[in-house]
Ligand binder design. Structure first.
Ligand SMILES: [Zn+2]
Ligand SMILES: [Zn+2]
Length: 351
């Protein structure tokens, strides 16, 4: 079996460090990928530090993977050696439940197999993610990546991109819609770019006045400082859709009241402690909906990658070396990143 090298957490309270392990040889249906870049998602940190519980150590995080195909199994028809490909948050699912059959593998009734800390059906134990030099994945969970885009900037599309694209698509955001995006981090900056490319008028809500210029550069038509009640009032009953990316508990009513009749606010950030419950009156007053959304299915992730290639959309990134990951986590906790760290896997060397 091919040897792999990567960075792993050995325990919740330990820094990530160099780690050697094995990947499986490609089965008939598998694609082997040499990883070029891996984005750094907040979920990686939660998992490595066991903040959600259930982390199996050692833990190799990383689910924003791009690279080149190095080997394919005998029954692989979708990919050939040398293709540029991506892998996101899932590497398998049951493939037989109603949701899987409808292309919603992320909502698999039997639980999808996460790219890391998922049940590894081939090797036993748990799956190891993209903070590594290679990975073997079933062809149906591999995505085609256009060579038109900067590859490092594509990596975060595999989680941050699809997490924001899927709800914007599902709720039918299109030309003429007024769309609010709450928060300008890894998810929010992708939401601004994608909503804008879908033709929406984009209103970005942030607590930080120093993000105004950047939000406009990224495509926001308007920027609202959410702590300013007068500015918030000006948008009451006006927005068709709000994508709320904030992962800290906050007052949802402040945003629900900005929705027009039949408007929806969808949450994609997951706070450690829940938001205070919104007032029912704010929902019934304009038949408003409050919803949630989780990543996207495989077919939709491919659609998102194709959409981004067509519109020239990538993530704004800060490239780091593999051994800078622990420092990057500390900076991520302070929201000190514009807007996603991406690990250059060429910096990961055998010890
Ligand atoms: Zn993620
Ligand atoms: Zn399923």
């Amino acid at each position: 079996m091919p040897k792999a090298i990567g960075f792993a957490a050995q325990a919740a309270d330990q820094a990530l460090e160099y780690f050697e392990f094995e990947r499986r040889d490609p089965t008939a249906d598998d694609v082997e990928i040499e990883i070029a870049y891996c984005g750094v998602c907040h979920s990686d940190l939660h998992q490595a530090r066991n903040e959600w519980g259930g982390t199996v150590f050692p833990c190799v995080p990383g689910h924003e993977i791009v690279g080149k195909v190095t080997r394919v199994g005998s029954k692989v028809s979708k990919y050939k050696v040398g293709d540029t490909v991506g892998v996101g948050c899932m590497v398998d699912s049951c493939r037989t439940c109603a949701n899987c059959e409808d292309g919603y593998e992320q909502y698999c009734d039997n639980g999808f197999v996460g790219t890391y800390n998922g049940e590894d059906k081939h090797m036993g134990g748990v799956t190891f993610g993209g903070y590594s030099n290679r990975i073997t994945v079933a062809q149906d969970f591999v995505l085609k990546v256009s060579d038109k885009l900067d590859l490092a900037g594509v990596a975060p599309l595999l989680c941050a991109g699809i997490t924001t694209y899927s709800p914007l698509r599902h709720w039918g955001v299109t030309k003429g819609h007024k769309v609010g995006v709450v928060g300008l981090g890894g998810l929010g900056h992708m939401a601004v770019k994608i909503a804008k490319a879908m033709g929406a008028e984009v209103v970005l809500f942030t607590t930080s006045p120093n993000k105004v210029d950047d939000a406009k550069r990224l495509g926001a038509d308007h920027v609202v400082i959410s702590k300013d009640e007068e500015q918030m009032k000006a948008w009451r009953n006006s927005l068709d859709f709000i994508l709320n990316t904030v992962a800290a508990p906050h007052d949802l009513d402040a945003y629900l009241t900005l929705l027009r009749l039949d408007g929806t606010m969808t949450l994609v950030g997951v706070p450690a402690e829940s938001h205070p419950s919104p007032a029912v009156f704010n929902l019934i007053a304009k038949r408003r909906s409050l919803a949630g959304s989780l990543i996207g299915g495989i077919a939709e992730t491919q659609e998102m990658l194709d959409f981004c290639a067509e519109h020239g959309i990538t993530s704004d990134i800060e490239m780091i070396a593999m051994d800078e990951i622990n420092e990057a986590y500390e900076r991520m906790l302070k929201s000190d990143v514009k807007y996603r760290f991406v690990i250059d896997m060429a910096t990961l060397k055998q010890k």
